[in-house]
Design a protein around this ligand. Sequence first.
Ligand code: URP
Ligand code: ZN
Ligand code: ZN
Length: 462
Amino acid sequence: MKLDTIVKGGTITTASESYIGDIGIANGKIVALGRDLQSDNGANVIDAKGKQVLPGAIDVHVHLQLPFCGTVSADDFESGTRAAARGGVTTVIDFAIQDVDKGLMAGIEKRMAEADPKVAVDYSLHSIIIKWSDKIEKEMKKVVDSGIPSFKMFMIYEKEGWQSDDAALFSALSESANTGATICVHAESERVMNVLIKRYLQQKVGAYGHVLSRPNFIEEEAIQRAIKWTEVTGGRLYIVHMSTGEGADQVKIGQSKGIHVHAETCPQYLVLNDEVFKDKKFGHLWATCPQIKKAKDNQRLWRGLVDGEVRVVSTDTCTFTKTQKAMWNGDFTKIPFGMPGVETLLPSVYTAGFKEGLFSLNHLVKLVCTNPAKIMGLYPHKGTIALGSDADVIIIDPKKSKVIDYKELDTNCDWSPFQNWKMFGFPDVTLSRGKVVVDKGKFVGKKGHGKFIKRRPQMPLE
Ligand code: URP
Ligand code: ZN
Ligand code: ZN
């Protein structure tokens, strides 16, 4: 057999099984799985004995070089995908905002032109709808047919001109019932939130105002409403960056009624809580949208990941440096919202979920590889280790840990929400379509190696 690479003797771990074996790779694909694989053309042999061999993780929610909050997020498609590879993420899904004059496809073409020359791992895009019309409704099918079967709609960001009202949401969900597309929704009730923002701005409460103005019912009510529109339209809903226990309750109720709703959460909502905002000097750095909630929400979201109503962990990576964050100048409504995350996605869930004994390594693979691949229509090319899949493979030494220091990470950020945290689960080796892009824990890939990956409408999870 002719092979380019053999990953030898590791514990191959998918969402459903673990076994010791070899992976044979040719032309970027997994072409052989077994014991004692040999190549008759001098393959590159990577020794994985004693190591865990997983599919590359998929971060379905990143915002690289996003113009937002009066600045542009600091990780571009190059540094962001380098950081992804370093953390074992081999596919990212970013966003392409609708061109208000020319439509959805025009926005997608513009974003691809920005990404293509820079990406170091594979990527896709969600199409963001910001201005609903009959024309956009018709264009949705064309977008799905072009390999982008997911749309993002915001229930907030009115002043940015991004908000979708109930009519738009209802109409897009109705259309998703026809095409099988997924409507990804940022669910927060903005009108009520604005009342609270006004109230707390007058009280000079610093960065903690971000917490006070977004109590849990702000997310809960919006999720409940989005689920109602999904129920009556028969559409497909995906709640992004879910941050509250009440949100998880609503999703669970919806799923129990047979409504087509999935939800993701992010590490910041699992391992951080509102105490971070109390630091007078640096609390504002942690401002992200929705904001980090309380310890009880952490617990409820972990339970949702274990029990199954919360199905994906993504990051909502939207990096801003200390200088960019300083733009807030004491006004919590002006903090550029977001934080780095793609590089620490897998290690944070590995450390706080798997190592803590909350779930198995197979379940971890389900949450960060297989479920994202199935829900976002990348499976079985991505998200698993199987014959015919892309050779997106990571090798982890289960004994190795590292103490997070932003200076040592590949992100452009000059701080880390996890500074000084000890984390396991950083890969020694990352393979992207058979190419070694991380070796001995260091990035050795190239910008432009990554490709735009066409996706199909989502498939069942089991
Ligand atoms: O704070 C965040 N998450 N910034 C990115 C925009 C969004 O709402 O996802
Ligand atoms: Zn959002
Ligand atoms: Zn986001």
